[in-house]
Design a protein around this ligand. Sequence first.
Ligand code: ATP
Length: 338
Amino acid sequence: MTAVRFAQVSKHWDATIALQPTDLTLPAGEFSVLLGPSGCGKTTTLRLIAGLEIPTTGQIEIFGKDVTQTASSQRGVSMVFQNYALFPHLSVAENIVFGLRVRRVPKAETEQRLKQVLDLLNLTPYQARKPGQLSGGQQQRVALARALVADSRLCLMDEPLSNLDAQLRQEMRHELRALQLKLGLSVVYVTHDQTEAMSMADRVVLLRDGRIEQVASPFDIYQKPNTLFAAQFIGGARMNLLELEQGCLAGSDIAVAAPEGAVRMGLRPEDIQLGSGHRMQVEKTEFTGADLLLHARVGAQLIAVRAEGKQARAVQGEVHLSWNAENLHWFDKQGLRL
Ligand code: ATP
């Protein structure tokens, strides 16, 4: 079963192209994440699914039904926004059931569904409070409860955790993912944070300038980025993308077995071993506690290496670096993986 299908869907505003003609299939029951830098078209894509924007071209299906011309309220989707969009003068309970009231769902059913979601999201003790009397995390849970109470099979979320502090955000990621799995929901989630995408998604849809760069599981997009852009965007510490010159790393005498047409060699900082191999000079180090990122000189370029934070005192001056051929990524002039 497919939750969402785009067939050649595009969106323009005069000269601004927010989304190029795009084909996309998101399976039901999955947590799909739209990921990419600011302005790449994530929110536009989500709003097209929600019916808050009309596509310039193409067709949109939700659970196999063509909804291109269907009003937002008839699409059976719920939305959670970054700013929670709660009514400040209504209580938690009133906020949650607001949509059900508007749709004139019978009172007994409304009460029953309310009780269920209050329970599910641990909000029962707070049901009489106003949003202003809740923490950011609790407010976000109310927004989530309001989306879940509607019982729609597709839930759209636009950066719902970005107003929370780092620790709470991490907790909410787990909570949200656990809830999605428990309820078997289809979720389309927008974020520009690759860590968030990697830790939550079944499927990452990486966007760039209104185009899909790659669609893959977190594991696959990390192991096999299709393009230079994906290689740089995915991963905690950026992948090294070293220029090549006559079979060597540019400006050095380190020979590499590059395939025909390769102009860059990709190597993740965590795939480099310290201890033996090529001798290099350390130019700078970044200590983050658990990790130490060191930058060593290779000809005209720097190569970043992840080491253990514990090694911070020992690693200075000269280091010896090695890597396994199987961890190398090769890219051609167009920035495509070889
Ligand atoms: P961010 O992470 O900053 O929210 P995004 O990836 O969600 O970015 P969109 O909001 O989808 O990006 O915007 C994509 C492009 O479309 C941008 O260039 C934006 O300026 C443009 N755009 C979005 N909405 C409109 C609009 N209503 N009218 C004109 N241009 C728009």
